[in-house]
Design a protein around this ligand. Structure first.
Ligand SMILES: O=P(O)(O)O[C@H]1O[C@H](CO)[C@@H](O)[C@H]1O
Ligand SMILES: O=c1cc[nH]c(=O)[nH]1
Length: 254
């Protein structure tokens, strides 16, 4: 088999792996790989930092997606060509419901499609819905680890500023269409904002792949805009949860 376009890997490089953990941040890939047995770096190209390791003897791929839908769609398309069928996103997020605390883990059942890339896979009426089994594994993982978590809908936006209704200190400008949008999502019981799950869920549902997403809360925007938690502490909790979910999915039938 030829190498895929961006990741530059062949199927043989993945050693038969069928599950990938997909963080946004490239540096998170390496940190996650350190929890696996015999981790190796397969490639570092653009935003895609790819590692292979073993979880209780099963091969697992870690591949960062970078920020947003377009690069996420490339990672997913190319990993699927290499044999990956299950994608577990581990992200960071901003909560918009007052009962959610910094450091909590949010498991997304579905996402509001505030992205553009998902429309290249399915029309806007098509739901950005997670895979039930993979999402249940994330919930089970949080429960068994005693991690405070919330399960529900996520708003997934192409932009960090206007799409998430952030009034930056440079222009303070958010176009009319997004003014008041955060309050509307709050009213509709949306838990949080992040930037990749709408593309991931839509394309995986459309292409017959499985996807789930959990994210660690860095900030609760009902109280403040700038995080004051330790990113690494939040990340560690999310990594522990996603690895447990991967283990459940890979080994539950053995
Ligand atoms: O921490 P990651 O996985 O990158 O996720 C979140 O953080 C980035 C924005 O700061 C976006 O990618 C968003 O989805
Ligand atoms: O508020 C936030 C925090 C992290 N990532 C996002 O996309 N939004």
């Amino acid at each position: 088999m030829e190498k895929v376009f961006h990741l530059g890997l062949t199927k043989a490089d993945l050693k038969g792996a069928s599950l990938a953990i997909v963080p946004g941040d490239p540096e998170r890939s390496k940190r996650i790989s350190e929890y696996l047995d015999s981790p190796v770096c397969l490639a570092q190209t653009r935003e895609f930092h790819i590692y292979l390791g073993f979880l209780n003897e099963s091969p697992v791929v870690i591949c960062s997606t970078g920020i947003g839908g377009p690069s996420t769609s490339i990672a997913v398309e190319e990993l699927a060509q290499l044999g990956i069928t299950t994608f577990l996103r581990i992200g960071t997020t901003g909560a918009i419901q007052p009962h959610i605390n910094e450091g909590d883990i949010l498991v997304s059942t579905a996402s509001v499609r505030l992205d553009g890339a998902s429309q290249h896979f399915a029309p806007i009426e098509f739901p950005a819905v997670s895979d039930f089994g993979a999402t249940s594994a994330m919930v089970q993982a949080c429960e068994s680890l005693g991690i405070t978590h919330h399960v529900g809908i996520t708003a997934s936006s192409d932009t960090f500023y206007p799409g998430q209704e952030r009034y930056d200190t440079y222009s303070g400008y958010v176009r009319k269409a997004y003014q008041g949008s955060c309050a509307e999502w709050q009213k509709l019981n949306v838990m949080n904002y992040e930037m990749e799950s709408a593309t991931l869920f839509t394309m995986c549902a459309a292409l017959g792949l499985k996807a789930a997403c959990l994210a660690g809360v860095l900030v609760n925007r009902t109280r403040q805009e700038i995080p004051n938690v330790d990113h690494h502490d939040v990340e560690k909790k999310a990594v522990t949860a996603v690895l447990k979910a991967a283990d459940i999915l890979l080994h539950q039938h053995k």
